[in-house]
Design a protein around this ligand. Structure first.
Ligand SMILES: [Zn+2]
Length: 126
């Protein structure tokens, strides 16, 4: 069986350890890391920020705010989110795939849903 695309959905403890370690490196070392994905500034022109635009994306480990599951927001998924989906640069993944899916699938069913601003499970930092 071909391996599914690695979405960071069910990271092994080693993957999480690696991601944690990389996330704590200084930016100069992150940038040179093989897992870093270069940003395309021309696709980030929807972002109005006084801060600097990212030069690269790096895998970002996080804990789901709903169920506490640890997942990794892959660098290439961040690139897609910011550059193709035109996400806000301060937005970060806060929910795991399962919780997002549950939200999307049945706003009616088992999971009580808060009025969320979008379906990506991404929360803006105001
Ligand atoms: Zn979750």
């Amino acid at each position: 069986m071909p391996k599914d695309r690695d979405t960071g959905r069910s990271p092994t403890s080693k993957e999480l350890r690696d991601a944690d370690r990389i996330a704590n490196l200084p930016p100069t070392q992150q940038k040179d890391h093989p897992s870093a994905v270069p940003a395309d500034p021309s696709k980030l022109d929807h972002i109005n920020t006084y801060g600097q635009l990212p030069e690269f994306y790096i895998d970002r480990p996080f804990s789901c705010r709903q169920c506490g599951k640890r997942e990794i927001w892959r660098a290439r998924d961040q690139k897609w989110y910011y550059e193709e989906a035109k996400g806000h640069i301060d937005a970060v993944a806060v929910e795991c795939h399962d919780c997002r899916k549950a939200k999307k699938a049945g706003r009616s069913s088992a999971y009580p849903t808060h009025a969320s601003r979008d379906d990506l499970g991404v929360k803006g930092v105001d």
